[in-house]
Design a protein around this ligand. Structure first.
Ligand SMILES: Cc1ncc(COP(=O)(O)O)c(C=O)c1O
Length: 393
């Protein structure tokens, strides 16, 4: 059952019912009953109407047999929708013969790591970082070359990276690859064109393959602007993305990668037939409807998130002034520096005790000690309840 949408809030984004959220079967709300869920990166909002209509039409049509996408176009409808969207949003002319579909972004990252590195290779990674980056690198036997996110009052996002220091580090010991989380999870930093050019120049000088995870790109807040790394370093970038974060459909499992580096593409194509499986009808239908027919919904979501990122600053100032927080330039994840609270290396333990589930900072690497990540993709009222409970238990 879906909650009714009130007037002036056509998608019901600002008035979520806690009972409705608690009855949802997904891991965000189901895993820790009784707590307020502000952890895993799913939004509390219903996905776009066009996505839900596409899935209903698929179910009503009743054909769940093998799809015939190749005969029609040389790619699935989602692949075509992705090509059209990149042209429209970024002026990026994506070559459709350079695309590979995956079930999920992290699968794509793993596949590129396993086909383009060998154990012992060094890989540049922005730190702290989305935990599966670190786990995937450990599983591939790669050594992390950290590129630390640093607070930078001069930067429009409040964060920056010391690209010159990275350059010097690579001159001393070479690496094979540079991974980017662009926009950056967990700080919400958006690399602007100048920074992307500096990173691309380092990659060029040290002959690095760039693996750019751009899953949060469409959640970039104005005046910041997402520029795909593929536009800056077209021949050495592999881009992996999905509609799943911006359109709240992560459980439907669909992701897509663009290989500007043709040799990296050839290595993936050389994997045994069927090793990677193929994409599923529902994931393709949902991604297609998201990319083609859901812009109005996304604009409404961005308006709520833009308000929430500032509301969170006010709530923290009022109730937990010791927490240091810079509103993210992209996405709905708040990287909270809790070191002045004295809650130890993993403040999420104390917040869970108080009834709010956040992501533990240390899972993002050593730079995350004393931090916690809060998901603010919820209604303003619930965000207030979350911070109140974090502050008072
Ligand atoms: C940077 C980043 N990459 C990848 C993912 C996960 O994508 P998928 O579920 O498609 O593997 C997330 C999820 O939050 C993420 O933040």
């Amino acid at each position: 059952m879906t909650p009714p949408a009130p007037d002036g809030d056509p998608y019901g984004l600002r008035s979520l019912s806690l009972d409705w959220l608690r009855a949802k079967p997904g891991q965000k709300w189901a895993r820790h009953p009784g707590e307020l869920a502000a952890w895993v990166a799913d939004m509390d909002f219903l996905p776009p109407p066009a996505v839900r209509d596409a899935l209903t039409a698929l179910a009503d049509g009743g054909d769940f047999g093998y799809p015939d996408w190749r005969r029609v176009s040389g790619g699935s409808p989602a692949e075509q929708a992705f090509v059209e969207r990149c042209r429209r949003l970024y002026g990026w002319q994506v070559a459709s013969d350079a695309l590979v579909e995956f079930a999920e972004v992290v699968q794509g990252l793993q596949v590129v790591l396993h086909t383009s590195t060998k154990p012992g290779d060094r890989v540049v990674v922005p730190t702290p970082v989305y935990p599966p980056f670190l786990r995937s690198l450990a599983q591939a036997g790669c050594e992390v070359v950290p590129m630390p996110a640093e607070r930078d009052a001069e930067s429009p996002t409040g964060w920056g990276f010391d690209v010159d220091a990275l350059d010097r580090q690579l001159a001393a010991a070479p690496a094979r690859m540079m991974m980017l989380s662009h926009p950056h999870n967990p700080t919400g930093h958006v690399h602007d064109e100048t920074e992307l050019r500096a990173l691309a120049a380092v990659a060029e000088r040290h002959d690095l393959l760039i693996l750019s995870d751009e899953i949060h790109a469409e959640l970039t807040f104005a005046p910041h602007r997402h520029v795909p790394m593929a536009l800056i370093a077209p021949e050495r970038t592999v881009t992996i993305t999905a509609a799943s974060k911006a359109f709240n459909i992560a459980g439907l499992r669909y992701a897509i990668a663009h290989f500007g580096d043709r040799a990296a593409l050839a290595r993936v194509r050389a994997l045994p037939d069927h090793l990677l499986g193929s994409t599923n009808l529902a994931g393709v239908a949902a991604a297609t409807a998201a990319w083609r027919d859901s812009d109005e919904w996304l604009a409404a979501v961005m308006a709520v998130l833009a308000d929430n990122r500032l509301l969170l600053a006010d709530l923290l100032a009022e109730m937990m002034p010791e927490v240091d927080y810079t509103p993210p330039a992209a996405s709905y994840l708040a990287w909270l520096d809790c070191r002045r609270l004295g809650f130890g290396d993993d403040p999420s333990v104390e917040f869970a005790r108080r009834g709010v589930r956040l992501n533990p900072g240390p899972s993002f690497g050593v730079e995350g000690h004393g931090f916690a990540r809060l998901n603010m993709a919820t209604s303003p009222e619930l965000l207030r309840r979350i911070v109140t409970r974090m502050a008072t238990g």
